[in-house]
Write a protein that binds this ligand. Structure first.
Ligand code: NAD
Length: 475
């Protein structure tokens, strides 16, 4: 075990991060309404102090070699692993996602894996020219203090995607988590800060106003943001005043296209998890599925069969793999869109009828067939457990529909002939197009959106470069 690192109980961790009784913001379990804890709320004066501390810490942190910073990151990963079960419990209670399935334990495991991957990537100066005309090298230097702002759907994992590459490249971080899931991120940072040098990682909880203060703070050199398209636009405007560097990972409405030669039974489970991972609250989840006439009934049937065997319920009960929506506002968005689907002639294959007497923000797993492509459930980002299945007869038409929105985060193509699938993949307007899977991410493979899903990349060496300034030395 690393020096200073301790394995905390759930109660110890909560006590370390919580505001005193009567202060801060109260957070409730979205499955039960039980109080999880109280998050201290940062003022703009707290932000000023944190930025000053981050600037001082950055001077020393940037002097370390890559190997030394990687060593720190690996120790932080050790600390996450030693506290994995406690962190998963906190995440499950506050976010609502089950411990099991591709949920809370999976997310905490991703945090240590991504931290280690970012520690391991090679970062070398690139020799661009070396001939009789001269010698030119491209170096990657720290930016300074990175302000990170995150959403509530994968709060720990997305924080790590922001923190780990920023620290590796010699920056320090001031992070504001979503007001819906601050305890998860405060808990994660508390565990990491057992072993990281003072001041390199600070988490301040607050709402969008605090976020706005970060994006306009003159002591912050770069903003990395993950959240909605609308907030992304506001941040871009705010960051324009002093031309802060920006990475924007925004919303999507991912399309999947099933091809004529697909095997519906073989693909059903992959399609299901592509759409319903984290109960559909995933930026790059499958959110509209285009299926050829010839396979339509078979795909619908196979999906219903999988959907009916996936238990939904309170996160801490081990049998559940789907949880509640994280908050009431999101529940209302999903409900409005499913109602619009019914009004638009959609045929509900499963779900679609939330139980008004059930505690918590549960929305049943919902599959809707026979919808027009312009129905709101298809055209808007539903961000919940509802998947519209749209029939097509002409592949070109399906591709046009898939490309017809202003967002382009992920997409997928499903079929047996991989070359044919790759040809369709090349025609889809999205940062990533998966074949026979959806939403599968890998720390080595860059991820980011096109169109209004944002710009900039995360993961891999490309992701590290987004957290650095290019510097050419030429002689
Ligand atoms: P949101 O945009 O409402 O909030 C995200 C964060 O921005 C929160 O911390 C919030 O407090 C803060 N914020 C709000 N107004 C702000 C402002 N004016 N200036 C600065 N910060 C401000 O998003 P959300 O509802 O928390 O998250 C869901 C959205 O995030 C979905 O659209 C989803 O697709 C997207 N998302 C994208 C990715 C990706 O990698 N592309 C990943 C996860 C989620």
């Amino acid at each position: 075990m690393t020096q200073n690192q301790t394995t905390l109980t759930y109660e110890e961790l909560l006590a370390a991060i919580s505001a005193p009784e009567g202060q801060g913001a109260e957070l409730k379990d979205p499955a039960t309404g039980a109080v999880v804890g109280r998050a201290p709320q940062a003022s703009t004066a707290d932000l000023d102090a944190a930025v000053e501390k981050a600037r001082a810490a950055q001077k020393e942190w940037a002097k370390l070699s890559h190997a030394e910073r990687s060593e720190h990151l690996n120790r932080a990963a050790d600390a996450i692993e030693a506290n994995a079960e406690t962190l998963a419990e906190l995440l499950s209670r506050e976010q609502g996602k089950p411990l099991n399935g591709p949920n809370a334990r999976f997310e905490v495991g991703g945090c240590s894996a991504w931290t280690r991957a970012n520690a391991a990537f090679p970062v070398e100066p690139e020799v661009l020219v070396d001939d009789e005309s001269g010698h030119a090298e491209l170096h990657w230097t720290p930016i300074g203090v990175v302000g990170a702002i995150g959403p509530w759907n994968w709060p720990m994992m997305i924080s790590i995607w922001q923190i780990a590459p920023a620290l590796r490249m010699g920056n320090t971080v001031v992070l504001k988590p979503s007001e819906y899931t601050p305890l998860s991120v405060l808990g994660l940072a508390h565990v990491m800060n057992q072993v990281l040098p003072e001041g390199v990682l600070q988490v301040l909880a607050g709402d969008g106003e605090l976020g706005r203060a970060i994006t306009s703070h003159d002591g912050i050199d770069k903003v990395t943001f993950t959240g909605s398209v609308e907030t992304g636009k506001a941040i871009m405007r705010s960051a324009a005043d002093d031309l802060k560097r920006l990475t924007l990972e925004l919303g999507g409405n991912d399309a999947g296209i099933v091809l004529e030669d697909a095997d519906p039974k073989a693909l059903a489970e992959g399609l299901f998890w592509g759409a319903f991972i984290n109960t559909g609250q995933t930026c790059a989840a499958l959110k509209r599925l285009y299926v050829p006439d010839s396979l339509y009934d078979a795909v619908c049937e196979a999906l219903v069969e999988v959907a009916q065997k996936m238990p939904m319920g309170v996160g801490l009960e081990e049998e559940n793999v789907l949880g509640p929506l994280q908050n009431k506002a999101q529940w209302e968005i999903v409900d409005r869109l499913v109602r619009a689907a019914k009004d638009g002639g959609g045929r509900v294959l499963v779900g679609g009828d939330p139980d008004p007497d059930q505690d918590g923000y549960f929305y049943p797993t919902t599959l809707v067939a026979d919808l027009d492509n312009d129905n709101p459930l298809v055209a808007e980002e539903q961000f919940g457990p509802a998947l519209p299945i749209i029939r097509y007869t002409d592949l070109d038409q399906a591709i046009e529909w898939a490309n017809g929105l202003e967002v382009g985060l992920g997409s997928s193509v499903w079929g047996t002939d991989l070359d044919a699938a790759a040809e369709v993949a090349a025609r889809l307007e999205a940062g990533t197009t998966w074949i026979n899977k959806h939403g599968a991410i890998d720390p080595r493979v860059p991820f980011g959106g096109v169109k209004q899903s944002g710009f900039g990349l995360e993961f891999g060496v490309e992701g590290l470069k987004q957290m650095a300034l290019p510097k050419v030395i030429s002689r």
